[in-house]
Ligand binder design. Structure first.
Ligand code: TA6
Length: 279
């Protein structure tokens, strides 16, 4: 069915949904169901995508806003050995609902997930994108089993920051965090700046934060999260990743909405994790 403002493009046998609207343009990958680009009219892309991202469906896409579910980080416990950041970055997705007008576009997508996996997890997921001059990304999880289930997730957004050496996150000042590089708990002094490998889970439950860059501020709002994750692999770790272009670390910063501690869902209970950003 043709959708207003939306065209499909194909490369490497993969499908991408390209939305060209008077207020913005955006691109969503069918593989991973993830947003790859969001450009408010007249602006530069708010998201960063690695120049060497692998887009042929053989691994999760390095950039845009990958969706991590039903856990964040390495799999543990009964799921040990399963993919880092869960399953849905590696699945194909399909459009379930689409609404648009001259002001906005809303798309609801679901992963094409086997009955076997749904049964094993006892959880169902969908994502809703709402676009205007901002974009909101919503991961909705429901417990479809008759037992209590635990879920974690993240919206792992890679932001285009032009120059990481002149980028900061002022609102996280004073916030405690787990430093995964140093392996210890710390407290943030002043705005977050990045000049080395940074992999931190900030225990920040407030809604608003912002990324200050030389030419613009990216406004971010979170809902349903227990943490904000800040990641930049820096030069050496990026060089060890085949899909991370060599100088890419200088112009990106991941600022992620996360449920990193896992949350218990009673049968039929639903939860939403949301990230919204704009200039
Ligand atoms: O969100 C930060 C993080 O969990 C880091 O520890 C880092 O490994 C990153 O995600 C990327 O993970 P990926 O599986 O996409 O290589």
């Amino acid at each position: 069915m043709p959708y207003p403002y939306l065209a499909e493009s194909t490369s490497d046998e993969q499908t991408f949904y390209v939305i060209t609207h008077p207020k913005f343009s955006a691109k969503i990958s069918k593989f991973g169901g993830q947003l790859l680009s969001f450009i408010p009219q007249g602006q530069n892309d708010i998201l960063w995508l690695s120049d060497s991202a692998i887009l042929n469906g053989s691994k999760p896409i390095r950039g845009g806003a990958p969706l991590c579910w039903p856990w964040f980080g390495p799999a543990a416990g009964e799921f040990e050995g399963e993919p880092q950041h869960g399953y849905i970055r590696n699945l194909l997705w399909e459009i379930k609902e689409y609404q648009s007008n001259e002001q906005s576009v809303e798309i609801n997508l679901s992963p094409i997930i086997s009955n076997e996996l749904t049964e094993k997890l006892g959880l169902a997921v969908n994502v809703v994108y709402r676009f205007d001059t901002s974009v909101s990304i919503e991961i909705n999880t429901s417990n479809v089993s008759d037992k209590t289930k635990t879920v974690g997730c993240a919206i792992h957004s890679y932001f285009n920051v032009e120059d990481i050496t002149q980028t900061s996150l002022p609102e996280l000042s004073g916030c405690s965090y787990s430093d995964k590089v140093l392996g210890k708990e710390q407290v943030q002094t002043g705005a977050v700046t990045v000049n080395a490998e940074t992999d931190r889970v900030y225990h920040y439950e407030q809604a608003k934060l912002s990324i200050s860059t030389p030419s613009r501020a990216i406004k971010i709002e979170h809902q349903g999260h227990d943490s904000v994750i800040v990641w930049n692999p820096w030069q050496q770790t990026a060089a060890n990743m085949a899909d991370f272009d060599n100088n890419g670390y200088l112009s990106m910063l991941c600022v992620e909405a996360g449920i990193t501690k896992g949350v218990s869902l009673a049968p039929r209970q639903e939860i939403t994790l949301k990230q919204r950003f704009s200039l």
